[in-house]
Design a protein around this ligand. Structure first.
Ligand SMILES: Cc1cc2nc3c(=O)[nH]c(=O)nc-3n(C[C@H](O)[C@H](O)[C@H](O)COP(=O)(O)OP(=O)(O)OC[C@H]3O[C@@H](n4cnc5c(N)ncnc54)[C@H](O)[C@@H]3O)c2cc1C
Length: 317
């Protein structure tokens, strides 16, 4: 995550955010690690869950927060392809030694339809290496095969210079480079029966928006306040959560630029225009109106369930 308000840059690596959230609730919530849900049976008074380990438990409600490729969503609402919107790019991300001595900065290389970045979160001995490329149709089969997806990336960047040959070599050596398509999740409803979805499982916006973690946190907060306000009535709580969060989520999902507004244009002219836009960001006058990422007032926990009247701006990324 990177961002900030009024000159205060904030970079929170995902792992640190998870540690902070976990540390806050670890003594109040039961955590079960190294297991996952196998089956869910929704009935009038609860949900029966079986886990891969063989454990069987009953719960009042199930909240699926298991990411873009949510298994919970698949079990309850059907296959991912119903909700998955491919945005035309694939990417891989892995770490490399910080031989360039970067600190709090990113170097980005671009060609039409391809981009590479080396990104230093604060001062670290490691850099995040990122390679992304346009692909009109999603290569789902290739991405399922670890050797084939490495080969796809290597072939795509085979003729490129800069730091890319070293990055591709590092990708081959990396134990577990992360590959995926750049995609959004768009569901017509975020709940079914006693199960509700939040975060990427419900509405992944893709990293092109830089808003995924913020949407996940804002959604979790709104869901928690709705459940507290409509205690004992999960149907009303889930409906209120969706009513309060959906417009904000969709506004942020719409931040993905396409065509001329694309972050990674596929033509030389598009790339030139994008570069001009980026140069202009440092000189442009402040925008008027409220930007999408703060276009929501969160309810105060004490007036949970009331209209979104209090004035805590939604988190920036
Ligand atoms: C390259 C990249 C850069 C990004 N940059 C930014 C950024 O700068 N700012 C920003 O706000 N967002 C960014 N995002 C998006 C952000 O990472 C996500 O939107 C955010 O992590 C979503 O949170 P989540 O909790 O919903 O899902 P996740 O963070 O995906 O967490 C889901 C969790 O569920 C677990 N899980 C999955 N399946 C199962 C299962 N079957 N059983 C048990 N557990 C399971 C996973 O292990 C994981 O811990 C970026 C994403 C990518 C890929």
């Amino acid at each position: 995550m990177a961002g900030g308000e009024e000159g205060h840059d904030v970079e929170i690596p995902r792992g640190e955010l998870v540690e902070a959230l976990y540390g806050t609730v670890r003594d109040e919530v039961e955590f079960v690690f190294d297991d996952s849900v196998d089956t869910l049976t929704d009935h009038e008074s609860g949900v029966d869950v079986t886990f891969r380990s063989g454990l069987r438990r009953g719960f009042d409600l199930v909240l699926g927060a298991d990411g873009l490729h949510s298994r919970t969503r698949e079990l309850v609402c059907g296959p991912e392809r119903r909700f998955h919107h491919y945005l035309g790019y694939c990417f891989t991300i892995f770490t490399v030694p910080n031989t360039l001595g970067l600190s709090h900065e990113a170097l980005i290389w671009n060609a039409p339809g391809r981009a590479a970045a080396l990104y230093a979160v604060r001062d670290s001995g490691e850099l995040h290496a990122f390679l992304t490329f346009a692909r009109p149709r999603p290569p789902y089969e290739t991405l399922r095969d670890p050797a084939a997806r490495r080969e796809l990336v290597a072939a795509t960047f085979a003729d490129d210079g800069w730091e890319i040959p070293g990055m591709v070599a590092a990708m081959h050596r990396a134990p577990d480079p992360f590959f995926d398509t750049v995609s959004q999740i768009r569901m017509p409803r975020w709940s079914s029966g006693r199960t509700a979805f939040l975060g990427d499982a419900a509405h992944a916006p893709s990293f092109l928006t830089g808003q995924g973690s913020s949407l996940a946190l804002v959604g979790a907060y709104l869901l928690a306040t709705s459940l507290a306000a409509h205690h004992g009535d999960h149907t009303a709580a889930f409906a209120a959560y969706e009513r309060d969060a959906r417009a904000f989520v969709e506004r942020n999902q719409a931040q993905v630029g396409t065509g001329d507004a694309a972050l990674f244009p596929t033509t030389a002219e598009g790339l030139e225009r994008r570069n001009q836009r980026l140069r202009g960001l440092t000189t442009a006058p402040p925008r008027t109106g409220r930007p999408a990422h703060t276009a929501l007032a969160l309810p105060d926990p004490v007036d949970a369930g009331g209209p979104a009247s209090a004035t805590h701006p939604a988190a920036s990324h």
